[in-house]
Design a protein around this ligand. Structure first.
Ligand SMILES: Cc1ncc(C[n+]2csc(CCOP(=O)(O)OP(=O)(O)O)c2C)c(N)n1
Ligand SMILES: CC(=O)[C@@H](O)[C@H](O)COP(=O)(O)O
Ligand SMILES: [Mg+2]
Length: 621
């Protein structure tokens, strides 16, 4: 091969497996260069991918994919895997409308054995696959690749607790230990891993190959019942830790593992951001880039949109609230940066709890804090709150504990796509007794709603979308909003023959106002999904000919459904149109376009109303 052309010849792992082992180092160099170039053009997850280049090459080199199954935990590190499994050219479409996903998706490729994006599912899924292979008498390997951050979640431990189901089976868990979650790691497991990696003098050179082989055989010599680490206690043959950038060591270890019955646990140590100095130095910033960036310059802070994001508004409010009330504590399940809590963590280190990836624990931990007199604020993305649903009901709501849920990324999120869609929170929160649920229509209202939440003695949720809002300034002064009260922002002027009232929720208030200007409708900012302002609904329903509800959440069971239930209970009958996120998955892409595709922008809302109520264009423009 001539220089710099190996990657071009790899259209599938079968091509990779035809390479001579001596050609692999060049392939990994080209793969890393291609990855960097590609992500710098599209944006997306970077540091984690840079860290698994050698591991990905080694896995596809040693194992017979797609027959052998690889489950990538979270899947944000699966870009090298995508590049090597026939999607090299499509990387330029990554996370864009109609392009390939930033996560493994079964329908995208036969090499994506299992869809991931929410963390810590890989061991369970791969274990299921191993057992399925055995029951179906198929010979194939099942492999979970899980990061040290994802490993700390309850699900990973539930799966390991069940690993006896894979006794003597070709089952392998690879722990990719880069000593980082998105943020620096937290917790006892991390400390345990740090002891493992520092306690053993694992070499950084080719001698590691021998080390890996030796320790594999050693593990087998001991037999499955001899624990040598925490993972050994669970029943794995523990191998490692080995240098995850040493291709020879990786290949030797994997080949050795392949020869022996499982379950195996291979502990590899990698560097997040490997090979790109900006990312190596600042893996937190380079975990993910929202957009394209110059490789020489790196990600610029100036690329942030003008105005405050909702996460910033939340973070500022949290600092102010903590200043005012010493009972306020902030909790994040491993999303401190994304949730806007960096300043709070600096100012109030003893009142800041990054509990690692552990949404269930975060919520019940908050319930405990609230039970004993504190004011816990759980900052959580809508999509990740799904994981703590029972804790929300059983531990918080049933005991009516005043936990505040600051629900970020509610609605369409953009590049992360269907797995991260914050579509369901309104529907799944509004049916829980004792809950108060608000949706912020702009940044200032978000601040005031959070303040309102702090005054409550019941569990209270404030939801807001990813990114910025309307750009309004936040007032320093905080005033509680009357519970369960909406407000009319615009009155129809009477130009239209059909008098329409739009009941708008949260982020849909602004586009609803825009649409109302086109079709001449009344617009109410409902503010509360629960308790709903039924007086306002009654007043509007009895003075208008039709009601339209608009929300950035699933139409089924959401805020609009709550309004329909209220109308029915009030015995008011009139035509109602519900607008919101449809009953199908919303893929990745530009969030503005995705919302427009759902008819949730100004022209879309106006068009849906015109069509439904047969408003002539001439009458309403
Ligand atoms: C249930 C869940 N909570 C939070 C996240 C957000 N998240 C994505 S990657 C990540 C860090 C994962 O760390 P690790 O597994 O060590 O992988 P690394 O990024 O270090 O490669 C987090 C917190 C998620 N995807 N799923
Ligand atoms: C993979 C994952 O879950 C996170 O990295 C997520 O992509 C972050 O999303 P935000 O960019 O919205 O914080
Ligand atoms: Mg990690």
């Amino acid at each position: 091969m001539t220089k710099e052309n190996v990657l071009r010849t790899i259209d599938s792992p079968a091509d990779l497996r035809r390479l001579h082992r001596s050609e692999l180092p060049q392939l990994t160099r080209e793969l890393r260069t291609f990855l960097l170039d590609s992500v710098s053009r599209t944006g997306g997850h970077l540091s984690s991918n840079l860290g698994v280049v050698e591991l990905t090459v080694a896995l596809h080199y040693v194992f017979d994919t797609p027959a052998d199954r690889i489950v990538w935990d979270v899947g944000h590190q699966a870009y090298p895997h995508k590049i090597l499994t026939g999607r090299r050219e499509r990387m330029r479409t990554l996370r864009q409308n109609g392009g390939i996903s930033g996560f493994p998706v079964r329908t995208e490729s036969q090499y994506d054995a299992f869809g991931t994006a929410h963390s810590s599912t890989s061991i369970s899924a791969a274990l299921g696959m191993a057992v399925a292979a055995k029951l179906q008498k198929v010979k194939r390997y099942s492999i979970a690749v899980i990061g040290d951050g994802a490993m700390s979640a309850g699900m990973a431990f539930e799966a390991m607790n069940n690993v006896g189901a894979a006794e003597n089976m070709p089952f392998l868990v690879i722990l990719n230990d880069n000593g980082m979650s998105i943020s620096p790691p937290v917790g006892a497991l991390n400390a345990c891993l740090a002891r493992l990696t520092s306690g053993r003098d694992f070499a950084q050179t080719s001698t590691e190959a021998e080390y890996a082989c030796a320790s594999t055989s050693e593990a087998h010599a001991k037999g499955p019942n001899v624990p040598d680490t925490l993972f050994g206690e669970f029943g794995f043959h523990y191998i490692g830790p080995i240098d995850g950038h040493n291709l020879n060591a990786l290949i030797s270890a994997l080949k050795e593992i392949k020869q022996q019955p499982g379950p195996h646990f291979l502990h590899v140590v990698t560097k997040k951001g490997k090979g790109y100095s900006f990312a190596e130095q600042d893996p937190v910033r380079y975990h993910h880039s929202k957009e394209a960036f110059g490789l020489k310059e790196g990600i610029k802070p100036s690329s942030a949109p003008p105005g405050k994001s909702y996460s910033q508004v939340f973070g500022e409010w949290l600092c102010d609230a903590a200043e005012l009330d010493s009972r306020v504590v902030g909790i994040t399940p491993a999303m401190g940066e994304g949730s806007g809590m960096v300043r709070f963590a600096e100012l109030f280190p003893h009142r800041y709890f990054d509990v690692g990836i552990g949404e269930q624990h975060a919520v019940t931990f908050a319930a405990g804090l609230a039970a004993d007199g504190l004011k816990p604020v759980v900052a959580i993305y809508s999509t990740f709150l799904q994981r703590a649903y029972d804790q929300l009901i059983h531990d918080v709501a049933l005991q009516n504990l005043p936990v505040i849920f600051a629900i970020d990324r509610a609605g369409v999120v953009g590049g992360d796509g269907a797995t991260h869609l914050g579509s369901y929170d309104l529907a799944f929160l509004r049916c829980i007794p004792n809950m108060i649920v608000m949706a912020a229509s702009n940044e200032n209202e978000c601040r005031q709603m959070l303040y309102t939440a702090l005054q409550q003695t019941s569990p209270t949720a404030v939801r807001y979308p990813r990114g910025g809002g309307t750009g309004v300034e936040t007032e320093r002064k905080m005033t509680a909003i009357p519970i369960g009260k909406g407000e009319v922002l615009r009155h129809a002027t009477g130009v239209s023959k059909i008098r329409i009232a739009i009941l708008a929720f949260g982020s849909m208030v602004a586009p609803a106002l825009g649409a109302a200007n086109l079709i001449d409708a009344t617009v109410a900012n409902m503010r509360f999904i629960k308790p709903l302002d039924t007086d306002l609904i009654y007043r509007l329903a009895t003075t208008h000919d039709a009601i339209v509800t608009v929300e950035e959440g699933c139409v089924m069971g959401g805020a609009g459904s709550a309004c329909a239930e209220a109308l029915s209970a009030l015995c008011v009958s009139l035509p109602v149109l519900h607008l919101g996120l449809p009953d199908h998955l919303i893929d990745h892409g530009d969030p503005v376009k995705l919302l427009a595709d759902c008819g949730l922008d100004i022209p879309g809302i106006a068009a849906s109303i015109r069509t439904r109520f047969q408003l002539p264009l001439s009458e309403t423009q």
